[in-house]
Design a binder for this molecule. Sequence first.
Ligand code: SAH
Length: 402
Amino acid sequence: MSDVEPTTAPIAAISTSAPVAMPTPSSARPKRGELTLAAPRGGKPPQHLADLDPAERKAAVEALGHKGFRAKQLSTHYFERLVESPQEMSDLPKAIRDDLVAKLLPQLLTPVRTLAADNGKTVKSVYRLHDGALVESVLMRYPKRVTICISSQVGCGMNCPFCATGQEGLTRNMSTAEIVEQVVQAARLLRRGEVAGGAEGAPLRVSNVVFMGMGEALANYGAAVGAIRRITDPAPDGLGMSARGITVSTVGLVPAMDKLAAEGIPLTLALSLHAPDDKLRNELVPINTRWSVDEAIDAAYRYFQVTGRRVSIEYALIRGMNDQGWRAELLGTKLNARGRGWVHVNPIPLNPTPGSRWTASDPGVEREFVRRLRALGVPTTVRDTRGSDIDGACGQLAAATA
Ligand code: SAH
């Protein structure tokens, strides 16, 4: 019943761009249901141009003793031209180039591994951060769009038991520039023609960014919104992408959802619901013990009212857990009680994670779940599970223990 692309094909290529060191797990595994809302403080990543807005960039360049207009030149290289090597920055005199690059364009993400699936159309990148932490992002090329799924935290404190990242606990927040750099590196990958599947192989631009990798973006609010600004600011100040192509997914941090609505950015909000009743959701999405199903749905509805943007409800279908017809009906009824036309539901077949006893619902059960929602007039689209065979699908990113 999926109106999206067929799912995974066998792994097409595996390339190793640098040796993979075993990381030291920097956080203890959380106990069942335990939440970590504040990230542990660690060494801050070096400051980067993408952490700063244009006025701050000018100030930073001047503080280094250079002319303020150099900030715009650097921004043009980084955001607009996606320059990879300082040698290409020929408008910056050699004498100052190295200083500017060292201070404002430090390498934040070092690629350690690249895995391809779906005949090269899905590429998962594993990056090492300045402190050795590992994060992942996944680039997916479709006929008419290119989506990157990015991480916003190292690990995650939300502890959803079916999600690989959730099992690792939260190591630290990522900085704005670390978040943005995943999109920039993906754009360069595309430009180099390293992602298969475009019309006659022509490079495309990244059109969609989804915060569905590692972490809970709204628990790292400032850095996530900073990254969204950099991604959407017109070039050369930012990457110039449309906010309409951005999706922020949340477990349902209600105050942060309201705050995001007030930012006035026309992005899509996705609420990871996974159950329409508190009894089950308390177990599947432990933050539910703080903000209930009804409170989370109300916040999603307010997001729609404030922004006019249709909200997505994520629902991982787990065999025998949350996939009963009555739960589809309860979900549809609760959504309709707020209004019509404000929401659509994205069931996702559960991507199994190592050691978990849970698995995806049977196809027939999935079809029935979708049918019941549609029968209630709720637009419903099954999400594809691209990259699941490279552990690159939703909920499978766990670079910290790769
Ligand atoms: N912290 C954010 C982003 C997480 S990943 C959030 O929870 O929304 C994006 C989506 O993948 C979420 O809906 C998450 O619940 C879902 N997900 C996690 N593990 C999964 C799995 N094993 N199979 C399918 N979806 C999963």
